[in-house]
Write a new protein. Structure first.
Lengths: 947, 356
């Protein structure tokens, strides 16, 4: 092709290239705009409109069926009639209307005039004041005169305005009066069909009409779109942006459109209403309204992201859901996300972040369950968990081994350490040995040497213990009855008990299944009689058993034997294995030569004890058991879990296990089989994972996991924390004491605990009493005395209140707990109940007789079997205000009580003609009467030795 | 095959192979510049990539949004290098026959108008680039990650692609050298080229034979030292800056044995079997002498090799050039010392923050 002079290219070709490029560029631009415009959440919101329409239509249908057609017809006729009436007076109405428009105009004009005058007056006032300040006397005078004049003018203007306004309202009243019938008819009509019409209006708003399209179209949708991102800015929880804490922003409602609206409970996600919206969360009046707490305060996740389903870091609740999401949303494991959303079942994990000071959370059963399990299995023994209310006070989870010699034999100890679950399938002592990582022959040889040495060491350090009672044999059957009835089951699960007692399954203390294969009978009798004789720190209380009872119970418990376990013979100490292990310890920092020399210095026994000491240190036995030779403040061996919920997933070692890479999956797998991380890793003996296997149930693992993933390091601002008053904080300390001694194992304290009452479902009156607002019920001094010296209250109940080994501090805390929970002060104003008004005493006596109180409260009146507490001791025990409340409605306080509701919640008179039939006065009189005949003392306490 | 490639990509082997190939290429420059070689290179690369893409690990690395521009870049580097050599070889053949280079023919010396020949085509380029960037941005979205956390750095933490060569240098040098001195020298050296190189040959036309030394030196620094390090840093360095072959999975837990020792330790402890001297200058004497010796070897170089250059360029230009050359060569030297004898530092004086 020939080129033109001065041209390198053909101009036509250039133009063509330009044309093509321009067109491609245009398409690219359109594509860019569309790509920016089309967002997943918009589709969700558009579908939400349809769902809303559907739900509203259903409501309209429901509304339609309730509308009475006849009535509508009548209302319609009334309207027509009223309109006809008005039409008759058309002339008059016309005149009124023209009057009204004149009046309205006059008010408007006058208002404007008054406005001008007022502003001139104010301006003149300013000028006058300014002139005065500037000492401009002539100016001041001039402006003052003008100001006074304007004040007068304004007064006149205001008066005129008021007159016009009066005229206007008069005319309006006249018009209304002439239309009164019509307005009334229309109101009736509205009452009938108004709701439906309003629903129809709401449905019309869900239409995707041209205006809707325009408002939401590209380029225009910045003005006033209806499809838009919605968000909550939350001050109560902060996002840690590393150099600054910023309020969290949650945009979850962009897709979860109806989360705060009732009526969408049955819709699929994300259109569902939040569960428990009124009480727990989201709802305006719930404990955690969405405006204050947003969503991620509890659920976690990246609430500010709206890109797509995965950006928010949803976490599937189980494998099925994971699969479903993978197909639907291309779900994948999150990368580099500090806090993915909690699984639905783990949501309660978030509670503790703000509710730090509380020992139990009434609204979070799974959280409580996890916490209880950690307390039961004693995870806190080896793992430091800081900042949890009440855990500093917990004793070591395992029993003291300081006097083990007096309790059992050495062979038992060895077999027990080797395989606790062979002896007791529900053992809370975990299994350290025979695990996936230490079951080969070589490691077992070393493990056996360790177990032998540990047992020898513990034995050598154990003090002698001489039981103070001898086992003399007893009645097994009677023992069983006692075990079932006196309250052992509040803490222990015991093999062989009958229904319904077998339904309790308490976990607080050990499962008693083969005691006969374990303990020295004399020890058992002494222990039952007085636990603190053997171990002064034990929480096992005394049941004030007589010698006979203790022997009966012992003979029952001793009848359980584990023959398989008894026949186990523990391999004797392999001295070579022992020396090998010792050399390994000794050569940690020294050469082999020095280590050998050091070993040679030790005698045979010393070597065994040395290895025992080191092995106890290695496996952390001292963390749970009191063992002589280990300082009480020696650090526990497990890693700290205070912030395990914030530990980066990358820092969890998943070994060669094919497990989802998430915190909860790791913790669950770890609890299920702690040794699994060693599988396939050629670790030397000393480096094996030492976390033992608790053989937990699946539900237990899940509850513990829920609790642990909630232990996050986030700093919640004070605004977001649930800060307790000093009084309530003290109450929590008391609650921790209750947890320590397992009060809630027997008593249902308000809405918490009472597990043993499962055995008394037929007649709860035979079980331990519910403690409902106990701080209000009983007097401070009485409770203090009672916890020290237990005395009989309900002699007809077989379950015994045991005598605990409380410290004074603990008793005071318990009392503070009950009182704070009932918002109750300490002191009682008794005086006003000790003086009678004229005629009141006679009335009270009559009531006492009419209501036949003595039928049940027989104590001190006759010798019949009582069915209720002895009222002669009411004065020292009960608070008068409580007695009155109790009399007013007993079953409101204790749902199961047989006490009749004489006054039917204080609405009726219990005895005709008494005290003018005023229920309040009657109740008060009866209270005074009870207090008057009450003794000024407590009953004799139960003898502590049961004799 | 994949194993073999993984093995061959280990830096010491890859670098050595590249070095050998580079010098063979320089020797056989006529073949490299031929269309035949261009075709082999083109199809060879395409076939290799198509085959390699079937491997999930390779595909994941190459298609990671951050790495795509680097892939494009490498393709462009390959193409433009071959193209310039091709042109140069063509011209060299013409010059050998006594003809002027293609750029020097009368029809190519004719002048054309700026508008539309330049301005219009520049507009095309602008539009085409914009289209490319827009489409790219739509197809590969910028990832939205969590806010930066200074206590939780990504692993591997990589510099922008153009700094990955420097980051790779950090494997072999003290940060002070790899991060400050050497980059500074590169910039200063590049600025100095027009003043050092006063040879008028090759102005306005492609040639290789007339500028053999200059082009070889440039291509060595550019391809072997710079582009190669970027490729290694981008595609072959994974978590913990550990080396991973192109078909090797980036396992965070890969363990490699790397125990590097200093020259002073090799000298005093390994060879002489005495402890390290207290005096730090005595301790590092071998490294100090070696370094001084390295830079003092200029007269020797001059004697055997650079006489003509010295004459042509004059003292200042010549010694500047030799100095820059020596600094450039210190990189491969140190790399080989690391690979061969696990050398950490030639001179190790943390007391003065002076480690080379």
């Amino acid at each position: 092709m020939k080129r033109e002079p001065g041209m390198a290219y053909n101009m036509k070709t250039l133009n063509k290239v330009f044309a093509v490029l321009s067109i491609v560029f245009m398409f690219a631009t359109v594509w860019m705009v569309l790509d920016d415009y089309i967002r997943p959440w918009k589709a969700v919101q558009v579908k939400a409109l349809e769902i809303k329409k559907k739900v509203l239509l259903e409501k309209v249908k429901a509304e339609e069926t309730s509308i009475d057609g006849e009535k509508v017809k009548a209302a319609q006729e009334a309207i027509v009639a009223a309109e006809a009436e008005i039409a008759k007076n058309e002339e008059n109405l016309k005149e009124l209307n023209s009057k009204l428009s004149k009046a309205v105009k006059a008010v408007y004009v006058q208002n404007m005039y008054k406005g001008v005058v007022t502003s001139q007056k104010n301006a003149t006032q300013y000028k006058f004041e300014h002139a005065e300040d500037a000492k401009d006397k002539s100016g001041a005078k001039k402006y003052k005169a003008k100001f006074d004049e304007l004040v007068e003018t304004e007064k006149v203007a205001v008066d005129e305005l008021k007159a016009y306004q009066q005229t206007e309202s008069q005319v309006r009243a006249e018009i209304t009066k002439s239309e009164e019938a019509l307005i009334k008819a229309k109101k009736e009509m509205d009452d009938l069909v108004g709701a439906k019409e309003r629903l129809l209006t709401a449905i019309a708003q869900t239409d995707k009409n041209p205006v809707w399209l325009l408002r939401n179209s590209p380029f225009i949708d910045y003005l006033d779109p209806t499809v838009k991102i919605t968000q909550y800015v939350i001050n109560k929880v902060h996002d840690d942006r590393y150099f600054q804490a910023v309020p969290r922003v949650d945009r979850c409602t962009t897709c979860h459109v109806f989360i705060d609206q009732k009526g969408f409970e049955d819709q699929p996600q994300p259109y569902k209403t939040h569960p428990n919206i009124d009480a727990l969360a989201v709802g305006e009046n719930s404990a955690h309204p969405i405006k204050e707490f947003g969503c991620t305060s509890c659920h976690q996740g990246e609430g500010h992201r709206v890109n797509d389903f995965n950006a928010v870091v949803h976490t599937p609740r189980n494998e099925e859901q994971k699969k479903e999401w993978m197909e639907k949303y291309h779900w994948h494991e999150p990368h580099k996300i500090p806090q993915p959303m909690y699984r639905t079942q783990d949501t309660e994990a978030a509670c503790i972040k703000c509710h730090k000071d509380e020992v139990r959370l009434s609204f979070a059963p799974r959280h409580n369950e996890g916490r209880e399990l950690i307390e039961t299995y004693g995870c806190y023994g080896c793992h430091k968990i800081d900042g949890i209310a009440g855990w500093k006070e917990l004793p070591k989870p395992g029993p003291s081994l300081a006097k083990i010699k007096g309790k059992t034999n050495k062979e038992f100890l060895k077999n027990w350490i080797w395989s606790p679950h062979t002896y007791n399938p529900k053992s809370k002592m975990p299994a350290f040995f025979n695990q996936a990582n230490n079951s080969n022959a070589e490691f077992q040889r070393l493990n056996i040497a360790e177990v032998n040495s540990m047992a020898e060491y513990i034995w050598s350090k154990s003090a002698d213990y001489a039981p103070f009672k001898k086992f003399e044999g007893g009645n097994k059957e009677k023992g069983k009855q006692l075990v079932q009835t006196i309250g052992c089951l509040g803490c222990h699960e015991i093999a062989g008990v009958d229904a319904p007692y077998d339904s309790v399954k308490a976990k607080k203390a050990s499962y008693l299944s083969a005691i006969g294969s374990k303990v020295n009978p004399d020890w058992l009798v002494s222990w039952l009689k007085k636990p603190s004789h053997y171990d002064p720190t034990t929480i096992m209380p005394s049941f004030r058993l007589s010698d006979r009872d203790a022997n009966d119970i012992a003979s029952y418990l001793l009848s359980f034997k584990n023959t398989k376990f008894e026949q186990m013979e523990f391999t004797s100490l392999d001295k070579q294995a022992r020396d090998e292990l010792l050399l390994e310890y000794f050569s940690q920092f020294d050469t082999m030569e020095t280590a050998n020399a050091n070993l040679a210095k030790l005698s045979d026994e010393e070597r065994t004890h040395e290895l025992g000491y080191r092995s106890i240190g290695k496996y952390g036995c001292y963390s749970c058991h009191n063992i002589q030779g280990f300082e009480p403040d020696r650090a526990p061996i497990g890693p700290e879990l205070t912030k395990v919920g914030s530990k980066p997933v990358e820092q969890f070692g998943f070994g060669h296990q094919k497990i989802e890479h998430s915190r909860h999956a790791w913790i669950e797998a770890h609890l299920e089989q702690p040794s699994r991380w060693d599988i396939g890793v050629p670790k030397p003996f000393k480096d094996l994972t030492k976390m033992p296997n608790f053989y937990l149930e699946k539900e237990e693992i899940q509850a513990i996991t829920t609790y642990l993933v909630g232990l996050v390091g986030d700093k919640v601002p004070l605004l977001g924390q649930n800060r307790l008053s000093a009084n309530k904080k003290l109450a929590q300390e008391g609650k921790a004491v209750a947890v320590k001694y397992n009060c809630q194992g027997c008593h249902k304290i308000d809405d918490w605990g009472g597990y043993i009452t499962k055995a008394y479902e037929d007649d709860l009156n035979q079980g331990p009493p519910y403690l409902v607002k106990e701080g209000h019920r009983v007097q401070t001094d009485w409770l203090y005395d009672f916890l020290r010296n237990v005395h009989p209250i309900r002699s007809y109940v077989k379950v015994r209140m045991p005598t605990f080994n409380f410290s004074t501090d603990e008793i005071n805390k318990l009392i503070a707990y009950f009182q704070a929970d009932a918002d109750q002060g300490t002191f009682v104003e008794m005086d006003e109940y000790l003086t009678w008004e004229p005629g009141e005493k006679e009335a009270a006596k009559k009531l006492w007789n009419d209501l036949a109180c003595v039928t049940c409260h027989t104590g001190g009146f006759n010798n019949e079997t009582p069915q209720a507490p002895n009222l002669h001791f009411a004065k020292k025990r009960l608070r008068p205000t409580w007695i009155q409340k109790w009399l007013t409605n007993p079953s409101a306080m204790m749902e199961y009580t047989v006490m009749p509701n004489f006054w039917e919640n204080g609405t009726i008179s219990a005895s005709e003609g008494v005290l003018g039939d005023d229920p309040q006065r009657q109740i008060r009189a009866l209270t005074k009467y009870i207090l008057e005949f009450s003794y000024d003392r407590n009953p004799q306490p139960w003898p502590k030795d049961g004799q | 095959m994949k194993e073999l490639i993984n093995f061959l990509s280990i830096p010491q082997y890859a670098f050595t192979s590249l070095l050998i190939l580079f010098f063979i290429g320089i020797k056989k420059i006529d073949f490299v510049g031929s269309k035949k070689f261009g075709k082999i290179l083109f199809w060879g690369t395409i076939i290799f990539f198509l085959w390699a893409m079937t491997d999930s690990v390779f595909f994941a690395t190459i298609s990671w949004p951050d790495n795509i521009p680097i892939g494009i870049l490498i393709a462009i580097v390959l193409w433009s290098t071959w193209f310039s050599i091709h042109k140069a070889v063509e011209n060299d053949a013409r010059i050998a026959k006594g003809e002027p280079p293609i750029e020097g023919t009368p029809e190519n010396r004719e002048k054309v108008w700026t508008w539309p020949n330049l301005v219009y085509t520049e507009l095309f380029a602008i539009i085409a680039c914009t289209i490319f960037l827009v489409v790219w941005a739509i197809l590969f979205k910028a990832p939205l990650e969590e806010p930066a956390n200074p206590t939780w750095a990504p692993n591997p933490a990589k510099a922008p692609w153009y700094f990955l060569g420097l980051q790779e240098m950090l494997v072999y040098f003290d940060p002070w050298l790899a991060g400050v001195v050497l980059p500074g020298m590169i910039i200063v050296g590049l600025c100095a080229i027009p003043y050092i190189d006063i040879n008028p040959l090759g102005n306005g036309y492609y040639t290789f034979k007339q500028r053999k030394f200059a082009i070889t030196t440039f291509l060595f620094g550019w391809l072997v030292l710079w582009i190669f390090l970027i490729i290694v840093g981008t595609f072959l360095r994974g978590p913990n800056w550990t080396f991973y072959g192109p078909f090797e999975f980036w396992d965070h837990h890969k363990v490699v044995a790397e125990n590097n020792i200093n020259l002073s330790e090799i000298f005093w402890i390994k060879l002489l079997n005495v402890g390290l001297p207290q005096n730090i200058f005595l301790r590092e004497i071998l490294g100090i002498l070696g370094t001084i010796g390295y830079f003092a070897s200029v007269p020797l170089i001059t004697k055997y090799w650079g006489k003509n250059y010295l004459k042509r360029m004059g003292n200042i230009r010549y010694y500047l050039m030799i100095g820059l050359m020596l600094v450039m060569m210190s990189l491969p030297i140190k790399m080989y010392l690391r690979w061969l004898i696990n050398l950490k530092y030639i001179v190790f004086m943390p007391e003065f923050e002076f480690n080379i």
